[in-house]
Design a protein around this ligand. Structure first.
Ligand SMILES: Cc1ncc(COP(=O)(O)O)c(C=O)c1O
Length: 314
C-alpha cells in the first residue's frame, strides 16, 4: 500500500514480485521498462499504478556521483520521451494506470533552486496531462556533516509550496539521508599508531567496507574519541585496514593522541553506511546495535568467516 518501487534497472523477477505484491507505485525509468511492465502485467492479470520518472535535465548542486537529474545521467525519461509516452497512453487499452510523475535529482542537495527547477519541469508535464494526479519529488534533503551550511528542510518547503498552492496534486516525498544519517554511527578501534613523514596514521578496524562514503565521495564525517583527554590535540589521519589507498575515514582531523585499543565514533553513518557495506578483503560484515532509550540490542549479528564461505561451492 505504501511502497514505491524505484530503480533504473528493474529485472523481470523484481517487477513480477512487485506486481504480485501489488505495491502502491512503480516508478518507470524508460520505454523499455514500460513495455516490460505491460507484458508482465498482462500475463499476471494485474493493473499496476505507475509514475513516470522524469529526467528534468537539471544539474543538482551536489557531488557528481549522486547527481541524478541531468541529461547525461542514466536516470529517468527525458521530458520529450515522457510526453510521447503520455500522449500515446490509452487507459482503456493499456494494462497499467499512469497516474503520476517522479523526479529525484540527487542526494545531499546544497541548494533549493535545482529542486524548484525540477518541480517546474514536472508541473509543466502535469499541466499538459491533467490525468496525472500525483507528483513524487524524491529525496535529496541534506544534513550538515562537518558544520558546513546546507539548506534547511523548511527552506525546501518554502521554495516549493508556492508552486503547488491551489493544485489538486498529491505530493509524495522520499527522504532518506535526512531521516537516517544522524541516527547511526560507526564504532572503530585503533589497532596501530603509525608515525610517518606524512603525519600520524591511526589504523582502525573499520574502513571503506563499513563506510564507503569518504572513499567514494570524499565525504567528511565527524570523528569523536570515546575517551576524553586533556592532552594537546594533533592533526592525524584515520584510516581503515583495507588494501586500497582510498580506504580513509578522515584525513587531517584534529584528535587527542590515541593509543591501541582506543575507540572512535564516526558520526552521521546512519545513511549510506551499513547498507553500502561490503565483504571486500574477506571482511565479515559487522554487527549492528540498536539503542532504545537506556537499553540496547543486537539488530544484526556479526558475520563470521564461515558465513562468507557458506555460499561458495567447490
Ligand atoms: C529514487 C530515490 N529517491 C530517494 C532517494 C533518497 O535520497 P536521499 O537520501 O538523498 O533523501 C534515493 C537515493 O538514492 C533515490 O534513488
Amino acid at each position: 500500500e505504501e511502497i514505491v518501487f524505484a530503480g533504473v534497472g528493474k529485472t523481470r523477477q523484481e517487477l513480477t514480485y512487485a506486481l504480485q505484491l501489488g505495491v502502491a507505485w512503480i516508478n518507470v525509468e524508460s520505454s523499455g521498462e514500460l513495455a516490460r511492465i505491460a507484458q508482465l502485467a498482462q500475463a499476471l492479470g494485474v493493473h499496476p499504478r505507475l509514475a513516470l520518472r522524469l529526467n528534468p535535465d537539471v544539474r543538482a548542486d551536489t557531488h557528481p556521483h549522486i547527481a541524478t537529474g541531468h541529461a547525461a545521467a542514466k536516470f529517468g525519461l527525458p521530458i520529450a520521451e515522457a510526453e510521447q509516452i503520455l500522449s500515446a497512453y490509452r487507459p482503456e487499452r493499456d494494462p497499467y494506470r499512469i497516474e503520476g510523475v517522479h523526479v529525484h535529482i540527487g542526494s545531499q542537495l546544497h541548494s533549493v533552486e535545482r529542486t524548484v527547477e525540477a518541480l517546474q519541469a514536472a508541473l509543466s508535464v502535469i499541466e499538459r496531462f491533467p490525468f496525472l494526479r500525483a507528483l513524487n519529488l524524491g529525496g535529496g534533503f541534506p544534513i550538515s556533516y562537518a558544520g558546513e551550511p546546507v539548506p534547511s528542510i523548511e527552506a525546501f518547503a518554502a521554495a516549493v509550496r508556492p508552486l503547488l498552492a491551489g493544485r489538486q496534486v498529491r505530493l509524495l516525498l522520499e527522504p532518506g539521508r535526512y531521516i537516517a544519517a544522524e541516527n547511526g554511527l560507526l564504532l572503530v578501534e585503533v589497532q596501530y599508531v603509525k608515525h610517518t613523514n606524512s603525519g600520524t596514521f591511526y589504523i582502525v578496524d573499520g574502513g571503506m567496507t563499513e563506510l564507503i562514503r569518504p572513499a567514494l565521495y570524499s565525504a567528511i564525517h565527524d570523528i569523536l574519541p570515546l575517551r576524553q583527554s586533556d592532552a594537546e590535540p594533533t592533526l592525524a589521519h584515520v584510516v581503515g585496514p583495507i588494501c586500497e589507498s582510498a580506504d580513509v575515514l578522515r584525513t587531517h582531523v584534529t584528535l587527542p593522541p590515541l593509543h591501541e585499543g582506543d575507540l572512535l565514533a564516526v558520526l552521521q553513518a546512519g545513511a549510506y553506511g551499513a547498507v553500502m557495506g561490503s565483504t571486500y578483503n574477506a571482511r565479515p560484515l559487522p554487527s549492528e546495535i540498536v539503542l532504545e532509550g537506556d537499553s540496547w540490542r543486537v539488530a544484526r549479528r556479526r558475520q563470521t568467516w564461515q558465513d562468507l564461505l557458506r555460499e561458495e561451492d567447490g
